[in-house]
Design a protein around this ligand. Structure first.
Ligand code: SAM
Length: 287
């Protein structure tokens, strides 16, 4: 174990400070010290962060830095940093930049040789993955899903063959639609885990094959409430699987030709079995 407990603040430095995703006890000692000692806290929502700061007796000045003013506020913050001040960047919850503002500021600081010091801390994607029971050696975080069915289905079709664990953020209003779109593209057997209200009173981490998970959610409205992370097992190849490109081609060709004919052409193009393609088309393509 290392014993690096220094909390001195460096001048002209941007600190990236994660904050709790629910349970206030998850803030780190170092985060509290940094937030107390920096000259300015750049916060996604100053009122929201103000409550956290007053809970920990922190009186540092805050300025707003959100998606709509990041470009403009960035100039102000860079100027302060270059003049010797220290700044902490926080978002409403969890780690800044992870589906939260801050990318432009950090990128600009690094271009201008302004020192950036990241603090480790709460992050919903990592917290959910650690308890999901899904493989954690390789995973891909996809952020928020597109808001509409077409975008979601395209997204799921693109990543259907990815062998890594797939992780998404999703809102409770859209979760059932999103899962039904996933069912359309990935089938009912794919293992899915829904992690909701992490670190809070109603924390629930439930895993099941997709078809069963949808039924389970339909049994109780409370199961689709709150903040949630959706984790999906990666694709496990099987010798009868049809290549993604062949399935895409069949979808495209069958728009203009009867499915049987489209399956015959696609089978020849990709050297796969015509009957298997035809059967897949019957199950997955709406005519
Ligand atoms: N920066 C944050 C992080 O490090 O996780 C994420 C911010 S993003 C705007 C908010 C989304 O994160 C929520 O819609 C939800 O998908 C997920 N999230 C945040 N807190 C959560 C929690 N306590 N339980 C489950 N998901 C959470």
């Amino acid at each position: 174990m290392t014993d690096e407990t220094s909390t001195g603040i460096d001048v002209s430095t941007l600190y990236i400070v994660p904050t709790p995703i629910g349970n206030l006890g998850d803030i780190t000692l170092r985060a509290i010290e940094v937030l107390k000692q920096v000259d300015i806290i750049a916060a996604e929502d100053t009122r929201h962060t103000g409550k956290l700061l007053s809970h920990f007796g922190i009186t540092t000045r805050t300025v707003a830095l959100h998606d709509h003013n990041e470009q403009q506020k960035m100039e102000f913050l860079i100027e302060k940093l270059c003049s010797g001040l220290s700044v902490a960047l926080v978002s409403d919850a969890g780690t800044p930049l992870i589906s939260d503002p801050g990318y432009h500021l950090v990128s600009r600081c690094r271009q201008q040789n302004v020192k950036v010091i990241p603090l480790p801390g709460p992050c919903a994607v990592i917290t959910a993955l650690s308890a999901s029971g899904l493989p954690s050696d390789r995973f891909t975080f996809e952020g928020f899903l597109p808001p509409k069915t077409k975008g979601r289905r395209d997204k799921f079709a693109q990543i259907a063959d990815d062998p890594r664990t797939l992780i998404f953020y999703e809102s409770p209003h859209r979760i059932l639609d999103a899962l039904n779109d996933m069912l359309h593209e990935l089938g009912a057997d794919r293992q899915v885990v829904l992690a909701r209200e992490l670190t809070k009173t109603f924390e629930t981490i439930h895993g099941a094959p997709l078809g069963e998970l949808i039924s389970w959610l339909g049994e109780d409205r409370n199961r689709v409430r709150g903040e949630m992370v959706l984790l999906v097992a990666g694709h496990r190849p099987n010798k009868d699987d049809l290549p993604l490109e062949a399935r895409k081609a069949l979808r495209l060709i069958s728009k203009d030709l009867p499915l049987k004919k489209a399956a015959a052409i696609t089978a020849e193009l990709f050297a796969v079995k015509k009957n298997a393609l035809y059967k897949w088309g019957l199950e997955n393509i709406d005519e």
